[in-house]
Design a protein around this ligand. Sequence first.
Ligand SMILES: C[S@@+](CC[C@H](N)C(=O)[O-])C[C@H]1O[C@@H](n2cnc3c(N)ncnc32)[C@H](O)[C@@H]1O
Length: 273
Amino acid sequence: MLVVNKVISVFKKFAWFKRFNARVTYEVLAKYIPAADWHFMNYGYIPGAAEVESSPPPSGVKDQWHSANMYHYLACKVPLVEKKVLEVGSGRGGGAAYIVRTFSPAQYIGLDIAKNAIELARKLHPYPGLSFVQGSGESLTMEDNSIDVVINVESCHGYGDVKKFLREVARVLRPGGYLLLVDFRNSVENMELFWQELIDSGMVIVSKEDISANVVKAIESEDESKRKKIASLVPRKYQKLFCDFAGVVGSRFYLTLKNGSRPYYRFVLRKGF
Ligand SMILES: C[S@@+](CC[C@H](N)C(=O)[O-])C[C@H]1O[C@@H](n2cnc3c(N)ncnc32)[C@H](O)[C@@H]1O
């Protein structure tokens, strides 16, 4: 297993491999674990007291409450009512459905590279105004200046070329439009590199927050239910691998997030006029 991990970490330096890896992983997950009660694939977020005071947390979410929180507190950053929203990396569509129900955008398009995830999202969330399309964040089919807000939740770390993705976001956003993004990087250096990529995109960084501690709290709070879910959904021989992937307490993901060597940030960017 150690050798496999080493080989993967070497290959991950290549854009084609990152694309291949992301696509295969999420195609397989949606095809083989189409669980109807598993709607989110982010690590979750627990807000601070001040945030809760200014905006109460989600209601009407039965499961994966902290993952819904990740979307909720990101979406609270800018007005979404009657806006045209594009989510890149919408996964199983839980975040898209939550935002459509809660923030009333005029139109919400969820886009994901994994065809199986798109098909699953369409089945799970048939809401008016919400559509799901297969595509890559690195080459969007939307017209220039056609979108009010782009949302990207824990997705772009897996893209082959993040600069290309940011160029595409800046192209499709209308002047004054927003990019709302949360994601981690596997080292402080890589997060600094990402900040530079955001600056180079030409969009203005409106806010940049380290939310690592909020994500750690969410992982800890959800650990028991996450482990139970994995035990019920995943064949026994893959459970250890899946626990690591899901970032349970004690996993490499959890430990590096907690010790600060895997920073997790929330960003708001605005395209200039
Ligand atoms: C960790 S999941 C997060 C899903 C969702 N945002 C959520 O929080 O539940 C990352 C998602 O990004 C998608 N993805 C990876 N590379 C992509 C790309 N180049 N273009 C669009 N989506 C991509 C994956 O297929 C996967 O569904």
